[in-house]
Design a protein around this ligand. Structure first.
Ligand code: NAP
Ligand code: GLV
Length: 308
Protein backbone atom coordinates (compact mmCIF):
# COMPACT_ATOMS: atom_id res chain seq x y z
CA UNK A 1 0.00 0.00 0.00
CA UNK A 2 1.30 3.48 -0.79
CA UNK A 3 0.26 7.13 -0.74
CA UNK A 4 1.17 8.95 -3.95
CA UNK A 5 1.58 12.73 -3.82
CA UNK A 6 1.52 14.68 -7.11
CA UNK A 7 1.54 18.42 -6.60
CA UNK A 8 3.83 21.24 -5.42
CA UNK A 9 7.27 19.68 -4.66
CA UNK A 10 8.16 21.77 -1.59
CA UNK A 11 4.87 20.89 0.12
CA UNK A 12 5.30 17.24 -0.88
CA UNK A 13 8.70 17.14 0.77
CA UNK A 14 7.30 18.70 3.94
CA UNK A 15 4.48 16.13 3.98
CA UNK A 16 6.89 13.25 3.29
CA UNK A 17 8.88 14.40 6.35
CA UNK A 18 5.71 14.58 8.44
CA UNK A 19 4.62 11.09 7.40
CA UNK A 20 8.12 9.67 8.01
CA UNK A 21 7.95 10.95 11.60
CA UNK A 22 4.30 10.36 12.44
CA UNK A 23 3.34 7.40 10.23
CA UNK A 24 6.50 5.48 9.33
CA UNK A 25 4.34 2.45 8.54
CA UNK A 26 2.83 4.29 5.52
CA UNK A 27 4.81 4.53 2.28
CA UNK A 28 4.56 8.17 1.09
CA UNK A 29 5.88 8.69 -2.44
CA UNK A 30 6.29 11.89 -4.42
CA UNK A 31 5.58 11.90 -8.16
CA UNK A 32 7.36 10.95 -10.44
CA UNK A 33 8.99 8.49 -7.99
CA UNK A 34 5.70 6.58 -7.81
CA UNK A 35 7.03 3.05 -7.32
CA UNK A 36 4.55 0.24 -8.04
CA UNK A 37 1.43 1.99 -9.39
CA UNK A 38 -0.70 -1.02 -8.46
CA UNK A 39 0.22 -0.40 -4.81
CA UNK A 40 -1.15 3.16 -4.79
CA UNK A 41 -4.33 3.30 -2.69
CA UNK A 42 -4.34 7.03 -1.88
CA UNK A 43 -3.66 9.85 -4.33
CA UNK A 44 -2.96 13.34 -2.98
CA UNK A 45 -3.16 15.97 -5.72
CA UNK A 46 -4.70 19.32 -6.76
CA UNK A 47 -6.48 17.84 -9.78
CA UNK A 48 -6.18 14.13 -10.65
CA UNK A 49 -5.01 13.74 -14.25
CA UNK A 50 -7.27 11.25 -16.13
CA UNK A 51 -4.24 9.47 -17.65
CA UNK A 52 -2.78 8.91 -14.17
CA UNK A 53 -6.10 7.65 -12.79
CA UNK A 54 -6.21 5.03 -15.54
CA UNK A 55 -2.87 3.65 -14.24
CA UNK A 56 -4.02 3.25 -10.61
CA UNK A 57 -6.16 0.08 -10.50
CA UNK A 58 -6.33 -0.08 -6.69
CA UNK A 59 -6.98 3.56 -5.92
CA UNK A 60 -9.28 3.95 -2.89
CA UNK A 61 -9.42 7.69 -2.13
CA UNK A 62 -8.37 10.96 -3.79
CA UNK A 63 -7.37 13.79 -1.44
CA UNK A 64 -7.41 17.19 -3.12
CA UNK A 65 -4.87 19.68 -1.82
CA UNK A 66 -7.39 22.54 -2.16
CA UNK A 67 -10.63 23.53 -0.43
CA UNK A 68 -12.43 24.20 -3.72
CA UNK A 69 -12.88 21.30 -6.16
CA UNK A 70 -14.29 22.98 -9.28
CA UNK A 71 -11.02 22.23 -11.12
CA UNK A 72 -11.56 18.45 -10.83
CA UNK A 73 -12.91 16.54 -13.82
CA UNK A 74 -15.25 14.20 -11.93
CA UNK A 75 -16.19 12.35 -15.12
CA UNK A 76 -12.67 10.87 -15.11
CA UNK A 77 -12.86 9.75 -11.46
CA UNK A 78 -14.34 6.26 -10.96
CA UNK A 79 -17.63 6.56 -9.08
CA UNK A 80 -16.39 4.17 -6.39
CA UNK A 81 -13.46 6.47 -5.54
CA UNK A 82 -14.42 9.19 -3.04
CA UNK A 83 -12.86 12.64 -3.32
CA UNK A 84 -11.92 14.53 -0.18
CA UNK A 85 -11.22 18.27 -0.13
CA UNK A 86 -8.73 20.06 2.08
CA UNK A 87 -10.22 21.60 5.20
CA UNK A 88 -7.52 22.43 7.71
CA UNK A 89 -6.87 25.15 10.31
CA UNK A 90 -4.30 26.99 8.17
CA UNK A 91 -6.61 27.50 5.20
CA UNK A 92 -9.43 28.64 7.49
CA UNK A 93 -7.22 31.12 9.37
CA UNK A 94 -5.85 32.50 6.11
CA UNK A 95 -9.34 33.27 4.82
CA UNK A 96 -10.39 34.83 8.12
CA UNK A 97 -7.31 37.08 8.02
CA UNK A 98 -7.83 38.12 4.40
CA UNK A 99 -11.53 38.93 4.67
CA UNK A 100 -11.01 40.73 7.99
CA UNK A 101 -8.28 42.84 6.35
CA UNK A 102 -10.55 43.61 3.41
CA UNK A 103 -13.61 44.49 5.49
CA UNK A 104 -11.64 46.62 7.95
CA UNK A 105 -9.76 48.36 5.15
CA UNK A 106 -12.97 49.30 3.35
CA UNK A 107 -14.77 50.32 6.54
CA UNK A 108 -11.80 52.47 7.67
CA UNK A 109 -11.49 54.06 4.16
CA UNK A 110 -7.88 52.95 3.65
CA UNK A 111 -8.10 53.40 -0.13
CA UNK A 112 -8.89 57.11 0.39
CA UNK A 113 -6.03 57.49 2.86
CA UNK A 114 -3.61 55.89 0.37
CA UNK A 115 -4.75 58.47 -2.19
CA UNK A 116 -4.31 61.28 0.31
CA UNK A 117 -0.81 60.12 1.20
CA UNK A 118 0.16 60.06 -2.48
CA UNK A 119 -0.88 63.73 -2.61
CA UNK A 120 0.85 64.65 0.68
CA UNK A 121 -2.47 65.35 2.43
CA UNK A 122 -2.96 64.98 6.20
CA UNK A 123 -6.73 64.94 6.53
CA UNK A 124 -9.11 63.09 8.81
CA UNK A 125 -12.10 61.37 7.21
CA UNK A 126 -15.35 60.58 8.99
CA UNK A 127 -15.64 57.03 10.29
CA UNK A 128 -18.80 55.17 11.26
CA UNK A 129 -18.83 52.56 14.03
CA UNK A 130 -18.72 48.95 12.88
CA UNK A 131 -22.27 48.50 14.18
CA UNK A 132 -23.47 50.91 11.47
CA UNK A 133 -22.26 48.52 8.75
CA UNK A 134 -23.77 45.25 7.65
CA UNK A 135 -21.48 42.58 6.19
CA UNK A 136 -23.12 39.83 4.14
CA UNK A 137 -21.43 36.56 3.30
CA UNK A 138 -22.57 34.36 0.41
CA UNK A 139 -21.66 30.79 1.32
CA UNK A 140 -21.97 29.72 4.96
CA UNK A 141 -19.68 26.71 4.84
CA UNK A 142 -16.42 26.10 6.66
CA UNK A 143 -14.85 29.37 5.46
CA UNK A 144 -17.90 31.64 5.42
CA UNK A 145 -18.93 30.69 8.94
CA UNK A 146 -15.38 31.20 10.31
CA UNK A 147 -15.21 34.63 8.65
CA UNK A 148 -18.56 35.66 10.13
CA UNK A 149 -17.54 34.47 13.57
CA UNK A 150 -14.48 36.76 13.52
CA UNK A 151 -16.24 39.75 11.96
CA UNK A 152 -18.87 39.60 14.68
CA UNK A 153 -16.18 40.37 17.23
CA UNK A 154 -15.59 43.76 15.57
CA UNK A 155 -19.26 44.62 16.03
CA UNK A 156 -20.50 44.52 12.42
CA UNK A 157 -24.08 43.54 11.74
CA UNK A 158 -24.01 40.20 9.96
CA UNK A 159 -26.14 38.43 7.37
CA UNK A 160 -25.45 35.23 5.48
CA UNK A 161 -26.84 33.35 2.51
CA UNK A 162 -26.61 29.67 1.63
CA UNK A 163 -28.39 27.00 -0.39
CA UNK A 164 -29.95 25.37 2.67
CA UNK A 165 -30.68 27.27 5.87
CA UNK A 166 -27.80 27.62 8.31
CA UNK A 167 -28.11 28.93 11.85
CA UNK A 168 -25.02 30.82 13.01
CA UNK A 169 -24.80 32.82 16.25
CA UNK A 170 -25.32 36.55 15.68
CA UNK A 171 -26.04 36.10 11.96
CA UNK A 172 -29.37 36.72 10.24
CA UNK A 173 -29.46 33.91 7.72
CA UNK A 174 -31.17 33.63 4.36
CA UNK A 175 -31.49 30.58 2.12
CA UNK A 176 -32.08 29.84 -1.52
CA UNK A 177 -32.96 31.96 -4.53
CA UNK A 178 -36.23 33.19 -3.00
CA UNK A 179 -34.43 34.88 -0.08
CA UNK A 180 -31.49 36.27 -2.06
CA UNK A 181 -33.06 39.74 -2.64
CA UNK A 182 -33.79 40.22 1.09
CA UNK A 183 -30.20 39.23 1.89
CA UNK A 184 -28.66 41.52 -0.75
CA UNK A 185 -30.58 44.62 0.24
CA UNK A 186 -28.94 44.48 3.69
CA UNK A 187 -25.28 44.11 2.53
CA UNK A 188 -23.13 47.25 2.80
CA UNK A 189 -20.16 44.93 2.22
CA UNK A 190 -20.74 41.74 0.25
CA UNK A 191 -18.29 38.85 0.62
CA UNK A 192 -18.52 35.99 -1.89
CA UNK A 193 -17.34 32.65 -0.52
CA UNK A 194 -19.38 30.36 -2.74
CA UNK A 195 -17.98 27.25 -4.44
CA UNK A 196 -18.10 27.37 -8.23
CA UNK A 197 -20.92 25.16 -9.51
CA UNK A 198 -23.37 25.27 -12.38
CA UNK A 199 -25.64 27.31 -10.06
CA UNK A 200 -23.06 29.86 -8.95
CA UNK A 201 -21.23 30.49 -12.24
CA UNK A 202 -21.83 34.15 -13.13
CA UNK A 203 -23.92 34.75 -10.02
CA UNK A 204 -22.22 38.12 -9.32
CA UNK A 205 -23.92 39.76 -12.29
CA UNK A 206 -25.60 43.10 -13.04
CA UNK A 207 -28.95 42.00 -11.64
CA UNK A 208 -27.40 40.93 -8.35
CA UNK A 209 -25.17 43.98 -7.94
CA UNK A 210 -28.18 46.26 -8.58
CA UNK A 211 -29.92 44.81 -5.52
CA UNK A 212 -27.19 45.92 -3.11
CA UNK A 213 -27.54 49.24 -1.25
CA UNK A 214 -26.07 52.07 -3.35
CA UNK A 215 -22.34 52.48 -2.65
CA UNK A 216 -21.85 48.93 -1.34
CA UNK A 217 -18.47 47.20 -1.67
CA UNK A 218 -17.61 43.74 -2.99
CA UNK A 219 -14.99 41.34 -1.64
CA UNK A 220 -14.69 38.33 -3.92
CA UNK A 221 -12.75 35.33 -2.65
CA UNK A 222 -14.79 32.44 -4.09
CA UNK A 223 -13.94 31.64 -7.71
CA UNK A 224 -13.31 34.00 -10.62
CA UNK A 225 -16.01 32.61 -12.90
CA UNK A 226 -18.68 33.68 -10.42
CA UNK A 227 -18.10 37.36 -11.33
CA UNK A 228 -19.28 39.13 -14.49
CA UNK A 229 -16.42 41.58 -15.17
CA UNK A 230 -18.48 43.96 -17.30
CA UNK A 231 -21.18 44.12 -14.65
CA UNK A 232 -18.60 45.02 -11.99
CA UNK A 233 -17.07 47.78 -14.12
CA UNK A 234 -20.51 49.22 -14.88
CA UNK A 235 -21.55 49.14 -11.22
CA UNK A 236 -18.34 50.97 -10.21
CA UNK A 237 -18.79 53.53 -12.98
CA UNK A 238 -22.38 54.29 -11.95
CA UNK A 239 -21.58 54.53 -8.23
CA UNK A 240 -23.77 51.52 -7.44
CA UNK A 241 -20.58 49.97 -6.05
CA UNK A 242 -17.91 52.03 -4.25
CA UNK A 243 -15.04 49.56 -4.50
CA UNK A 244 -14.08 45.93 -5.01
CA UNK A 245 -11.37 43.67 -3.64
CA UNK A 246 -10.85 40.65 -5.86
CA UNK A 247 -8.66 37.69 -4.97
CA UNK A 248 -10.03 35.49 -7.75
CA UNK A 249 -10.58 36.26 -11.42
CA UNK A 250 -11.36 34.46 -14.66
CA UNK A 251 -8.86 33.95 -16.17
CA UNK A 252 -6.04 33.77 -13.65
CA UNK A 253 -3.80 35.63 -14.07
CA UNK A 254 -5.67 38.53 -15.64
CA UNK A 255 -4.25 39.32 -19.09
CA UNK A 256 -2.03 42.41 -19.51
CA UNK A 257 -4.15 45.49 -20.15
CA UNK A 258 -7.25 44.12 -18.43
CA UNK A 259 -9.24 47.06 -17.00
CA UNK A 260 -9.05 45.68 -13.45
CA UNK A 261 -5.27 46.12 -13.23
CA UNK A 262 -5.25 49.91 -13.13
CA UNK A 263 -8.79 50.59 -11.93
CA UNK A 264 -8.66 53.14 -9.10
CA UNK A 265 -11.35 51.37 -7.09
CA UNK A 266 -10.38 47.75 -7.63
CA UNK A 267 -7.74 45.88 -5.64
CA UNK A 268 -6.52 42.65 -7.22
CA UNK A 269 -4.55 39.99 -5.35
CA UNK A 270 -3.28 36.82 -7.09
CA UNK A 271 -5.51 34.16 -5.49
CA UNK A 272 -3.65 34.24 -2.19
CA UNK A 273 -6.49 34.83 0.27
CA UNK A 274 -5.78 31.49 1.86
CA UNK A 275 -3.55 28.58 1.03
CA UNK A 276 -3.10 25.13 2.49
CA UNK A 277 -0.47 25.30 5.22
CA UNK A 278 1.89 22.30 4.96
CA UNK A 279 2.13 21.20 8.57
CA UNK A 280 -1.45 21.66 9.75
CA UNK A 281 -2.66 20.11 6.47
CA UNK A 282 -0.38 17.07 6.85
CA UNK A 283 -1.92 16.33 10.24
CA UNK A 284 -5.45 16.59 8.79
CA UNK A 285 -4.52 14.38 5.83
CA UNK A 286 -2.97 11.71 8.03
CA UNK A 287 -5.93 11.73 10.42
CA UNK A 288 -8.39 11.28 7.56
CA UNK A 289 -6.28 8.59 5.91
CA UNK A 290 -6.14 6.66 9.17
CA UNK A 291 -9.89 7.01 9.56
CA UNK A 292 -10.29 5.35 6.18
CA UNK A 293 -7.89 2.53 7.08
CA UNK A 294 -9.87 1.89 10.27
CA UNK A 295 -13.08 1.73 8.22
CA UNK A 296 -14.47 4.98 9.70
CA UNK A 297 -16.26 7.62 7.58
CA UNK A 298 -14.01 10.13 5.81
CA UNK A 299 -14.26 13.81 6.73
CA UNK A 300 -14.78 16.60 4.14
CA UNK A 301 -16.08 14.39 1.35
CA UNK A 302 -17.26 16.01 -1.86
CA UNK A 303 -20.87 15.45 -2.84
CA UNK A 304 -20.62 14.99 -6.61
CA UNK A 305 -24.31 15.64 -7.08
CA UNK A 306 -24.07 19.10 -5.50
CA UNK A 307 -20.69 19.84 -7.09
CA UNK A 308 -19.00 20.89 -3.83
P1 NAP B 1 -18.18 24.71 1.89
O1 NAP B 1 -17.87 24.40 3.31
O2 NAP B 1 -18.46 23.60 0.96
O3 NAP B 1 -19.41 25.74 1.89
C1 NAP B 1 -20.01 26.19 0.73
C2 NAP B 1 -21.19 27.09 1.09
O4 NAP B 1 -21.73 27.64 -0.12
C3 NAP B 1 -22.33 26.34 1.79
O5 NAP B 1 -22.90 27.13 2.79
C4 NAP B 1 -23.32 26.11 0.66
O6 NAP B 1 -24.68 25.99 1.05
C5 NAP B 1 -23.14 27.39 -0.14
N1 NAP B 1 -23.63 27.20 -1.51
C6 NAP B 1 -23.21 26.34 -2.44
N2 NAP B 1 -23.95 26.46 -3.56
C7 NAP B 1 -24.86 27.42 -3.31
C8 NAP B 1 -25.91 27.98 -4.05
N3 NAP B 1 -26.20 27.57 -5.31
N4 NAP B 1 -26.67 28.94 -3.47
C9 NAP B 1 -26.42 29.34 -2.21
N5 NAP B 1 -25.42 28.84 -1.44
C10 NAP B 1 -24.66 27.90 -1.98
O7 NAP B 1 -17.00 25.55 1.23
P2 NAP B 1 -15.84 26.39 1.94
O8 NAP B 1 -14.80 25.49 2.52
O9 NAP B 1 -16.46 27.39 2.85
O10 NAP B 1 -15.17 27.11 0.68
C11 NAP B 1 -15.94 27.94 -0.18
C12 NAP B 1 -15.15 28.26 -1.42
O11 NAP B 1 -14.10 29.19 -1.12
C13 NAP B 1 -14.40 27.11 -2.08
O12 NAP B 1 -15.27 26.29 -2.83
C14 NAP B 1 -13.41 27.85 -2.96
O13 NAP B 1 -14.00 28.12 -4.20
C15 NAP B 1 -13.18 29.16 -2.21
N6 NAP B 1 -11.82 29.27 -1.69
C16 NAP B 1 -11.07 30.33 -2.08
C17 NAP B 1 -9.78 30.47 -1.59
C18 NAP B 1 -8.93 31.66 -1.97
O14 NAP B 1 -7.76 31.68 -1.63
N7 NAP B 1 -9.48 32.64 -2.64
C19 NAP B 1 -9.25 29.51 -0.71
C20 NAP B 1 -10.04 28.45 -0.34
C21 NAP B 1 -11.33 28.32 -0.84
P3 NAP B 1 -25.15 24.81 2.04
O15 NAP B 1 -24.65 25.26 3.40
O16 NAP B 1 -26.61 24.83 1.94
O17 NAP B 1 -24.50 23.55 1.55
C1 GLV C 1 -7.92 27.67 -3.04
O1 GLV C 1 -8.49 28.47 -3.70
C2 GLV C 1 -8.50 26.43 -2.60
O2 GLV C 1 -9.58 26.07 -3.11
O3 GLV C 1 -7.92 25.77 -1.73
Amino acid sequence: MSVLYKSDLARGQAWAGYFATHAPELEFRIWPDAGDLAAVEYLVTWAPAPELLRQLPNLKVIFSTGAGVDHIDFSAVPSAVPVVRMVEPGIINGMVEYVSWAVLGIHRTMRAYAGQQAEGQWRELAVEPASARCVGVMGLGVLGSAVLDRLGRFGYRLVGWSRTRRELPGVQSFAGAAELPAFLQRCDLLVCLLPLTSETRGILNAGLLAQLPRGAALIHVGRGAELDHEALLAALASGQLSEAILDVTEPEPLPPGHPFWLHPRITVTPHIASVTQPLTAAAVLLDNLRRHRRGEPLRDLIDRGRGY
